[in-house]
Design a binder for this molecule. Sequence first.
Ligand SMILES: NC(=O)c1ccc[n+]([C@@H]2O[C@H](COP(=O)([O-])OP(=O)(O)OC[C@H]3O[C@@H](n4cnc5c(N)ncnc54)[C@H](OP(=O)(O)O)[C@@H]3O)[C@@H](O)[C@H]2O)c1
Length: 179
Amino acid sequence: MLANAGNGLGHAFLDQDFEEARHVIDTNVTGTLYLIHEVGNEMRERGEGRILITGSIAGFMPGTYQAVYNGTKAFMDSFSFALREELKDSGVTVTCLMPGATEAEFFERADMLDTKIGGGKKDDPADVAKIGFEAMMKGDGDVVSGLKNKIQSALTAVTPSGVLANQHGKMAKPGSAKK
Ligand SMILES: NC(=O)c1ccc[n+]([C@@H]2O[C@H](COP(=O)([O-])OP(=O)(O)OC[C@H]3O[C@@H](n4cnc5c(N)ncnc54)[C@H](OP(=O)(O)O)[C@@H]3O)[C@@H](O)[C@H]2O)c1
């Protein structure tokens, strides 16, 4: 089962439409958990199954100018490992795919095409999907797709949150693509 649906949302939190921000939480967290709860129970009863959750390396850093989204991905990155542990003797595996910026409609839908990250080079979605699928089939706990993202996420573990928030702001600030 692939729990992949998700939305981003650019701009400063106080400038966002609150209903849009809530929709991001509803989709990325509440809807995803509901799906996993329904299908996960069936899998546990059967004694087998594979769940792939699309988290993100965004979950490792405070998402200045995309704060709600990064929060939802931190939730899913964390939730995935907790569920995996709860299901370890059930025959059901849980894997978290953590991509970096990937070519999709994501940044357009999030109104982030004028940002450095939205206008920058991105990973091929077919490569990312293959990496996630293979990790799921192996039953791995998580996989960060791509060497650059692996290095970036390793660095986030030893970088203070304030510094990460500042760096993210430079990548995601509206208008930053022009600089
Ligand atoms: N692109 C990136 O840089 C990136 C990086 C890390 C993680 N991710 C994650 O990757 C996942 C897929 O996003 P994407 O990059 O492929 O973006 P995308 O091109 O915008 O695709 C989003 C997908 O989610 C579905 N979806 C969105 N809201 C939904 C809802 N309320 N109910 C049901 N389906 C919904 C969309 O279905 P419709 O097309 O039918 O609306 C579409 O299939 C998301 O979880 C995202 O957070 C993306």
